[in-house]
Design a protein around this ligand. Sequence first.
Ligand code: FES
Ligand SMILES: [Fe+2]
Length: 393
Amino acid sequence: MMEILMSRIISADEVKQINAPTAFARSIPARILYAPEVYDQDRRQFRNEWMAIGFGADVPEPGCMKPIDFAGYPLLMTRQNDGSVQVFYNFCPHRGMPLLKQATKQRRLSCGYHCWTFDLSGELVATPHIDGIQKSTFDGQDKASNGLHRVRTEMWFDMIFVNLSGDAPPLLDHLAPLVERIPASNLAAAKADGEFPEYVRDANWKVVIETGIEDYHLPFIHSTLNYNESYTDENGGDAYQGFTAVWPMETFRVRAGDDAGDQSDELPLFPTYAGKETGESGIFFLYPTGQLTIGANHIRLTTLNPVAADKTILRHSFYYCGDAATDPTFAGTRKEVRDFWEMVGNEDDDLMRVMQSTTRAREEAGVYGSYSPRWERNLHAFHQHLARRYERV
Ligand code: FES
Ligand SMILES: [Fe+2]
């Protein structure tokens, strides 16, 4: 793989063939799907972007703290006294000791090494014995610049995003097309159920997106899903890509395991679908690591944590309309929704593993894929987005 280090990740000729019309374009080179050097480059590039790392529901109340290692960055999500979410690096600014190992709710945080103590806002508040026995401060001690290292944090809906470099445009400017696209009234009504199903995929994060961004494979891989002629591309340029489709409301009820006849535990519809015959489903990938799944009666947020060149951890958070998110009456239907997506995900799990397994051979053989002009326009758009990422390197 030395040639990657010596030259560009993607060549000018490869960029040209990707940018042909979908029916005639050739795919991205497979080396970007497995090479450790490209994974390292991805990690560096994530710093300059808005990386989706978790959910507001992870830290529901002031004092809640939850560590997460995301793309190899040790981070700590916290809920502040004013209700805002703030992310810090999860290591001590003194010698770099890791701070929290698991989620907790507390007002202060003490390092396990020399017991420096920080408040919820990250400020250094105590340094026991720092200048001798019982001498916990010294003249001129600079506590202000020895607090926890803050990370630029913004939220959209319940998704926590961080920009490690600190100089990306504001999140809501970046996500503007999506913010306009998803009805705000539905998001305002959506509440989390507090469950975070997590799955490990033996695949590069780009393979995970590849296998989720088109509907071409549905009837072949997912026995319960099928083509839908209303399938529409959603192209948000370098912010997101995905697709939507319109389904009869019955589809959403079936996905929630509703048994006809008993409507007492039928999930309520989000406001824009109330009284309608049909609803919209959709999957949007918020580059690089976020995913939004919408439906008439539930919403799912997902983070794609690229933990290695060939391993990605998916974490989900589910949202329902109002009290249906927590009311025990709906516990069974909420589980049906999680089970439905777990079943679909298990089918994709095998697919991702085997697709990852041929990446090196595809690169060595010099084989580039091609696209369905009907079903893979947004996969093509994703690959064009990737080409732009690596062209800038
Ligand atoms: S490393 Fe944390 S107090 Fe020393
Ligand atoms: Fe799939």
